[in-house]
Unconditional design. Structure first.
Length: 324
């Protein structure tokens, strides 16, 4: 009897350990669209929460390495990260495609290894002017990562003051390039005015392809990003548009400005209420409100608390609390 009890206790320990060791992708599997929502393998919203790397240019470029991805997954407890490949200005993908692809692949491969989701982000404000380059890039990524459930394609970071027809036309050219090689993985489409006009997209969504969602961006302290912007997103959600918050910051839309905790709490309550997945901007040591790192923070992760900015401390705390 004692031996039997010992075996049962051991079995329970092993099972509990295995459950604890499950990664975000183990738990959720391939993401799909159902009932106007992004859902996991069990048909429920996974509510992923994580962090965006900065533009793969300038100060943020040094953080595009496996060690940082490992640290974000293990210490920050991020379940999704975003690789924001700078297309412009000089030094981005248009001038240095091989370097930029190498940076993105190093991040994506480590995210897959860590069992978390990763957005391959065409970080461009003028995607409609770079259609041939975007098609070639996403075709290559889709060939490489077809069927890998971790990978999400974000095909245009932030269209600026451009019509929805222009954004939609761009998407209708890029999506087929991905679908030639990867028929199922989630694709995220942008919307006009820096991913704020999601209600406009909801009135005329993309048809003919499965597993298409839309990005929604906000900056929690920006005066114009308050009740009115939430109302636009509420309208889109009510109309059945599947949303992911692929970028948001604790400060203002410039990346700088004031960090208002009450406004951040209000946005976080809204996101949680709607069970939306989100990615916070951004991993860099630039002197800005939304930067997560203090100047000179190590390029290989392992950051101490005093190497985090107020934004970095807050986001780490939120991720460790919500992604338990």
């Amino acid at each position: 009897m004692r031996r039997m009890m010992a075996l049962l206790l051991l079995l329970g320990f092993v099972l509990n350990t295995a459950a604890f060791a499950q990664t975000a992708v183990d738990k959720n599997g391939a993401l799909t669209i159902a009932g106007g929502k992004i859902v996991n393998k069990n048909g429920v919203p996974p509510q992923l929460r994580g962090i965006s790397l900065s533009w793969s240019l300038w100060a943020g470029q040094k953080y595009y390495n496996p060690a940082v991805v490992n640290w974000l997954a293990t210490d920050f407890k991020a379940t999704i990260i975003r690789a924001s490949m700078g297309v412009q200005p000089y030094g981005g993908y248009l001038q240095q495609p091989d370097l930029q692809k190498q940076l993105i692949v190093s991040v994506v491969d480590e995210a897959i290894k860590q069992g978390i989701y990763v957005l391959i982000d065409w970080h461009d404000h003028n995607g409609h002017l770079h259609i041939p380059q975007s098609k070639a890039f996403f075709a290559e990524m889709a060939k490489k990562y077809k069927g890998v459930p971790n990978v999400i394609y974000e095909i245009w970071n932030e269209p600026e003051r451009i019509s929805w027809d222009t954004v939609k036309n761009y998407a209708m050219q890029i999506i087929p390039e991905i679908r030639k090689y990867d028929p199922d993985n989630l694709i995220i489409v942008g919307s006009p005015k820096w991913d704020q006009d999601v209600d406009v997209a909801a009135a005329s969504p993309i048809k003919g392809f499965k597993n298409i969602a839309y990005s929604f961006h906000f900056y929690a302290t920006e005066p114009s990003h308050q009740d009115g912007l939430r109302a636009k997103a509420d309208k889109a959600i009510k109309m059945g548009l599947p949303l992911m918050v692929t970028e948001w910051g604790v400060g203002e839309a410039s990346g700088d400005g004031y960090f208002d905790m009450e406004k951040n709490k209000k946005w976080m309550a809204w996101v949680e209420q709607n069970k939306l997945s989100w990615v916070n901007w951004n991993v860099t040591d630039k002197r800005e409100t939304t930067a997560l790192l203090q100047a000179g923070a190590p390029a290989a992760g392992g950051w101490l608390i005093n190497q985090l900015t107020p934004a970095g401390f807050y986001i780490r705390e939120q991720l460790r609390l919500l992604n338990k």
